[in-house]
Design a protein around this ligand. Structure first.
Ligand code: PMV
Length: 325
């Protein structure tokens, strides 16, 4: 009744922002992403008759902030499995939490897989993705491997992610630049509720299907220029909606902006690099494998970049044998 899973975070090139169903977490639009090799959550879940309540430990401390969301997810698993037992969950991220690196994606993907396995139920990848989505939307994209598409769907059963290409398909990297400490001031789940308040929300929604066609075409041709241009413009499009929401959502810090400008400058100097940003100050730089060293060296020279993490496309969620408790 005790199982451990590890799951990657993922970076979306075409992003999920806004929900057409809050309870089921059905997104306003489909999205395209890549699983990230160096940003992972490991989660051990045990159901046991002797437990008198659920206990959630995240990064070594008993969790208050996210506990109810995790318990709600355990309830979904208990309902499917038909077991009434309480659980202990011990989860650890190997990267900063709450700064735009999507710990909820890796966290809920690992939790879903470990919890299902701990109850003994077997689910296929699609079913796991559907379940993970209900904990955190982007978590559904951390179940399949490599380059992934989340089909928005109009029902719970039709809203899931699947792999477009395996991790080894394309030698590109996502270099995460950590530009400041501290958590973002508005959680993603809360921020997303403001989607409809932006005067640009409809324009964003109507443009997404074409962008998905174009980025899938760029992926199929391994056209890095097209792929990078679409990804960077898409991140700015999402942030335009955030900035113009009511109240406005400003996730960037001075370090984020300085790096955005530098990326554009480096391109004019001949290095092909693009940025993308989620909810938070940390910034993801998209580069081809051959340019990883060059960009990493440039980042090392910047005093406001605290740390860099080089991610390659990775496998999705997997069960492992090593328990956290
Ligand atoms: O699944 P959530 O609630 O962590 O939302 C993810 C939202 C973005 O990271 C901003 C975009 C995305 O598609 O990952």
């Amino acid at each position: 009744m005790k199982k451990t899973a590890v799951a990657p975070s993922n970076i979306a090139f075409i992003k999920y922002w806004g929900r057409k169903d809050e309870e089921l977490r059905l997104p306003e639009n489909g999205s395209i992403s890549m699983c990230l090799s160096r940003l992972t959550t490991t989660s051990t879940v045990e159901f046991n008759e002797s437990f008198l309540k659920d206990e959630i430990v995240i990064n070594g401390t008993i969790e208050e902030r996210e506990a109810s969301r995790v318990v709600k997810h355990l309830d979904r698993v208990r309902k499917i499995a038909g077991i009434p037992l309480f659980a202990k969950v011990v989860a650890a991220n190997n990267f900063p939490t709450g700064t735009g690196l999507s710990s909820s994606a890796s966290g809920f993907a690992a939790l879903t897989l470990a919890a299902c396995a701990a109850t003994g139920i077997t689910m296929n990848e699609q079913e796991l993705s559907i379940l993970a989505r209900q904990g955190s939307g982007s978590a559904c994209r951390s179940i399949p491997s490599g380059f992934v598409e989340w089909l928005d769907g109009d029902t719970s059963e039709s809203s899931y992610a699947h792999s477009l290409y395996p991790p080894g398909y394309w030698d590109i990297a996502d270099i995460v630049a950590i530009v400041s400490e501290g958590r973002k001031d508005v959680a993603t789940s809360q921020g997303m509720k403001l989607f409809g308040t932006s005067p640009f929300s409809e324009a964003r929604k109507s443009g997404i299907p074409q962008k998905i066609v174009e980025i899938k075409d760029a992926l199929s041709k391994k056209d890095f220029t097209k792929f990078g241009e679409i990804s960077e413009a898409e991140a700015l499009n999402m942030h335009a909606v955030m900035l113009t929401s009511c109240p406005s959502l400003i996730y960037w810090t001075p370090g984020t902006l300085r790096l955005m400008k530098l990326v554009k400058q480096w391109r004019t100097e001949g290095v092909e690099v693009y940025f993308t940003i989620n909810t938070g100050q940390d910034i993801h730089l998209l580069v081809q494998g051959a340019d990883v060293h060059k960009i990493s060296e440039k980042l090392k020279e910047l005093e406001f970049v605290k740390e860099t993490i080089v991610n390659k496309p990775s496998a999705g969620a997997q069960l492992i044998t090593e328990d956290l408790f």
